[in-house]
Design a protein around this ligand. Structure first.
Ligand SMILES: C[S@@+](CC[C@H](N)C(=O)[O-])C[C@H]1O[C@@H](n2cnc3c(N)ncnc32)[C@H](O)[C@@H]1O
Length: 205
């Protein structure tokens, strides 16, 4: 599937109806999500025919994009059941199969690498300090091929240091920098939207 077609389809997905501040529920927009999944497949062959997990899937934009790019099997995991309801409707509307699982990523007790690839837009850790690194630690335990993740560009050096020193990754590279539009979902945002720079990372466990 072409990038523009993928982006167009993702633009039709429903997003959080009642976003929860404490869970940092802002959607991974179609522009960012399509580029993440397209790059993962076209540059590295990490999606098509692979078992893919979408961590903190929310409305499942990344998981559905993986299914549209013909992943063999997709599992979306989120701590919030309302988001999983929206994810389920989105998958039905797109006529793709994804398994949805209600779980706290921190409590995910999968043993060993059960999936090929993890794709994720974790909470940035603004409301729950350190949750971004908890996601990364768990993702690296369960993926055999690669982990794709979005993190604020301001945290680049920290992420690289921790991934190499504490999580023992074979490779940690920033594939590109993207503009991430966080809509004014919350009262404490004064502007209509906040445009932040995020890094698209690829980690090899
Ligand atoms: C930035 S949003 C990701 C949005 C998603 N990619 C989408 O497009 O809808 C972060 C997601 O992580 C979920 N989340 C936050 N803390 C979590 C945890 N401890 N375990 C699992 N999911 C969590 C939130 O509910 C939210 O859906």
């Amino acid at each position: 599937m072409k990038l523009k077609k993928l982006e167009g389809l993702l633009g039709d997905l429903d997003q959080f109806s009642d976003p929860k501040v404490e869970l940092e529920q802002y959607p991974t927009g179609p522009h960012v999500a399509s580029r993440l999944i397209y790059t993962a497949e076209n540059s590295f062959g990490d999606i098509t025919g692979k078992v893919v997990a979408d961590f903190g899937c929310g409305c499942a934009t990344l998981g559905i994009a993986s299914a549209l790019m013909e992943a063999e099997h997709v599992i979306g995991i989120d701590i919030d059941s309302q988001s999983l309801d929206i994810a389920s409707t989105n998958a039905e509307d797109m006529e793709v199969n994804i398994d949805l699982m209600l779980s706290d990523i921190k409590g995910l007790n999968w043993r060993g690498p059960l999936v090929d690839t993890v794709v994720m837009n974790p909470p940035f850790g603004t409301r729950n300090e350190g949750i971004d690194m908890e996601f990364l630690k768990t993702a690296l335990k369960v993926a055999s091929r690669a982990v794709y993740s979005l993190h604020k560009t301001t945290t680049r050096e920290h992420i690289k240091r921790v991934a190499i020193r504490d999580f023992n990754v074979k490779k940690a590279e920033v594939l590109c920098e993207l503009r991430f539009d966080v809509p004014r979902l919350y009262k404490f945002h004064r502007k209509k939207s906040v445009d932040i720079a995020v890094d698209l990372w690829r980690f090899v466990p």
